[in-house]
Design a protein around this ligand. Structure first.
Ligand code: XUL
Ligand code: CO
Length: 438
């Protein structure tokens, strides 16, 4: 086994905005404090094992292009090499957390028993690496969408044996996540939806999904796992419609089935845009419900209509994400997981560094800008003023639910002219935002 998987690449350092070194940070300085908290603590960045380490970079028209020397050899050798490559990468890029699916940490074997055995061995390897380096698991998850048995869903499969198999897989993934002291566990319903309603009993499938998640909550209690459960919304792809389509749909599902106390949401940029929302929309919906837990940071491509999972580079977007996050008071258990892959053309290991550096720098700038906007206060003051008619008098009575239609009618009849709100000043506010993006 080679001593290094990224030979010739040193630890990436902060060199300041004028640096011309492509393997240096220009804006992300882990120890710099913004608003009393280090950048490192604001973001809690994580490496996504499945993309950074395992994605072959295939597309529907051609096979993988990625050069990943660690993805070779017998299953166990590959597992160990990949784990070591991931920890070397985390060390060199300066990221403390990682996230994995059971089946990217270890491959699926011929039987469930064998898959569990290799996953157990993998957990020992990862546990040792965590102990030696201080790196941590942000969240674990189970891949319930790649194998052919899950072609028609896992917890929403029409087949009870498939449901049981998925339950067994999540049970094991929870054991391993707990063993590795994961700070969370994510449920992304990869195929929990339908391709056509002609063959689908939607109500029954949703009831099954709820039963599955209740059993997961019970098992979590049984093993004493303290990590946070997340649901990750996505509207479609691979299915035509996924039940966890957006933050609002997830919250409705959780409330309907009495699961609200046990789950928060893991919001992913490209999933929100596929749902026809901006990411700040879905973040805000989640935060308003006290349910914004974690973020899968990436970006889509405006010209392509699918989940391209690109690295986030747009400072306007990172600023708006950080505005929501700062107003919420920041992460507790969650973090910013780069659920993003390099382009098929960027096939060399060093491209993983460029991609993460770009994402971390873009978020560092977004953080500083959002902090400055909040400190400046004009944006918040404008919004406050916009609703000020509800601060006293009749408006305050409406908010306190101390009035009724009869009284409101009397008030409306007494108005001297038709009421009109002040200008929304969208352009002025867009200019204000742009003034901070330097
Ligand atoms: C798929 C996706 C997943 C989840 C974890 O679009 O985002 O990688 O984050 O299963
Ligand atoms: Co994701």
């Amino acid at each position: 086994m080679p001593k290094e998987f990224f030979p010739g690449i040193k630890k990436v350092r902060y060199e300041g905005p004028d640096s011309k070194n492509p393997l240096a940070f220009r804006h992300y300085d882990a120890t710099e404090k913004v608003g009393g908290k280090t950048m490192k603590d604001h973001f809690r960045f994580a490496v996504a094992y499945w993309h950074a380490m395992k994605n072959p970079l295939a597309d529907p028209f051609g096979g993988g292009t990625a050069v990943r020397p660690w993805n070779s050899g017998s299953p166990l050798k590959m597992v160990e090499q990949t784990a070591r490559a991931c920890f070397e990468f985390m060390d060199k890029i300066g990221i403390d957390y990682y996230c994995f699916h059971d089946r990217d940490a270890a491959p699926e074997m011929a039987t469930l028993k064998q898959s569990n055995e290799i996953l157990d061995k993998t957990a020992v390897i990862l546990g040792k690496l965590q102990k030696d380096t201080g790196k941590k698991l942000l969240w674990g998850t189970a891949c319930l969408f790649a194998h052919t048995r899950y072609q028609q869903g896992a917890a929403t499969s029409p087949n009870a044996d498939v449901f049981a198999y998925a339950a067994a897989q999540v049970k094991k993934a929870l054991d391993v996540t707990a063993q590795l002291k994961g700070e969370g566990y994510t449920f992304w319903g990869g195929r929990e939806g339908y391709s056509t309603l002609l063959n689908t009993d939607m109500k029954r499938e949703l009831d099954h999904l709820a039963a599955f998640l209740h059993m997961a909550v019970d098992y979590k209690k049984k093993i004493g796992f303290k990590g946070q459960f997340y649901i990750e919304p996505k509207p479609k792809e691979p299915t035509t419609h996924q039940y966890d389509s957006d933050a609002a749909a997830c919250l409705n599902f959780l409330r309907t089935y009495g699961l609200m106390d046990h789950f928060k949401l893991n919001i992913e940029t490209n999933h929100a845009t596929l749902a026809g929302h901006t990411v700040q929309h879905d973040l805000t919906v989640a935060a308003n419900a006290g349910a914004l837990g974690s973020i899968d940071a990436n970006a889509g491509d405006e010209l392509l209509g699918w989940d391209t999972d690109q690295f986030p580079t747009n400072i306007y977007m990172t600023t708006q994400i950080m505005l929501v996050l700062l107003r919420m008071g920041g992460f507790t258990t969650g973090g910013l997981n780069f659920d993003a892959k390099v382009r098929r053309e960027s096939y060399e290991p060093v491209d993983l560094f460029h991609a993460h550096i770009g994402g971390m720098d873009a978020f560092a700038r977004g953080l500083k800008i959002a902090h400055a906007i909040i400190k400046d206060g004009r944006l918040d003051a404008f919004v406050k003023q916009r609703y000020s008619s509800f601060d006293s008098g009749l408006g305050a009575k409406i908010e306190a639910r101390k009035t009724n239609f009869t009284e409101l009618e009397k008030h409306a009849l007494g108005l001297k002219k038709s009421p009109l709100p002040g200008s929304g000043r969208q352009e002025m506010l867009e200019n204000l935002l742009n003034d901070f993006i330097r």
